[in-house]
Design a protein around this ligand. Structure first.
Ligand code: SF4
Ligand code: SF4
Ligand code: FES
Length: 217
């Protein structure tokens, strides 16, 4: 595997493997573009191409160093081995946010839903795996202390790629701890005033239109 220019072509060409296939592509391509350009079959986990949907998860190996990332945000490199990962499996932690009627028992219920969250061994695996540079480990610790608003803020940029879940040896599912924190914070907070006002305007409009239709009858 090498970096080279081809005769009559000034662009730098890069050789790497994607899902076990040797491919030769142009420097500056993302891993998604490289896979498509080379016609690598079976690449299904791709969505937004903007680092937002979190679906293009890849495992990378170079010089015996293994890492993970998002293929649409990672550029080709000479000699790298790329494996597109399957979609994340179904979540193991189940709850219905509408079952939370008051905020006094959140903490007990959080620990019954996520019993592993208090067993973080501070290995930093989740932090190293996160393509969004989120302080995942700190976010988990905040949630485990009952500081859900702060935990939710820590996960604000999360795209739910769940690479942190893959990296966690305690099966804490940090991505879902973050999602829970954001959901529970929103569940017990008033919505933004401009949104409340707009929804009320729409409700009143619907009412007026409903009355108008009755008049026409
Ligand atoms: S916190 Fe986890 S799920 Fe969210 S972006 Fe980072 S690795 Fe992905
Ligand atoms: S990977 Fe899991 S155990 Fe390790 S620091 Fe993150 S949450 Fe804690
Ligand atoms: S395709 Fe959506 S994050 Fe890469």
């Amino acid at each position: 595997m090498s970096t080279a220019t081809h005769e009559g072509d000034n662009r730098t060409h890069i050789s790497l493997t994607i899902n076990g296939l040797a491919v030769d592509v142009t420097a500056g391509m993302t891993l998604v573009e490289a896979a498509w350009h080379a016609g690598v079959p079976g690449i299904t986990g791709v969505g937004c191409l903007e680092g937002v949907c979190g679906s293009c998860r890849v495992m990378l190996r170079k010089d015996k160093v293994v890492s993970v990332g998002l293929a649409c945000q990672t550029f080709v490199e000479s000699g790298i081995e790329v494996i597109f990962l399957p979609a994340a499996s179904a979540p193991r932690h189940h709850y219905d946010i509408s079952d939370f009627k008051d905020s006094w028992d959140i903490h007990a219920r959080f620990h019954s839903i996520f019993p592993e969250a208090s067993r973080c061994r501070h290995c930093h695996g989740c932090v190293g795996a996160c393509p969004k540079d989120i302080s995942v480990e700190d976010g988990v610790a905040l949630a485990a202390q009952g500081r859900y608003r702060e935990a939710g803020e820590a996960f604000f940029e999360c795209v739910m790629c769940e690479l942190c879940d893959v990296a966690c040896p305690e099966l804490i599912a940090p991505a879902h701890v973050g999602l829970f924190s954001r959901r529970i914070t929103a569940h017990f907070h008033l919505r933004p005033p401009n949104l409340i006002t707009r929804l009320e305007e729409l409700r009143q409009r619907r009412e007026e239109m409903g009355e108008g239709e009755k008049d026409e009858d």
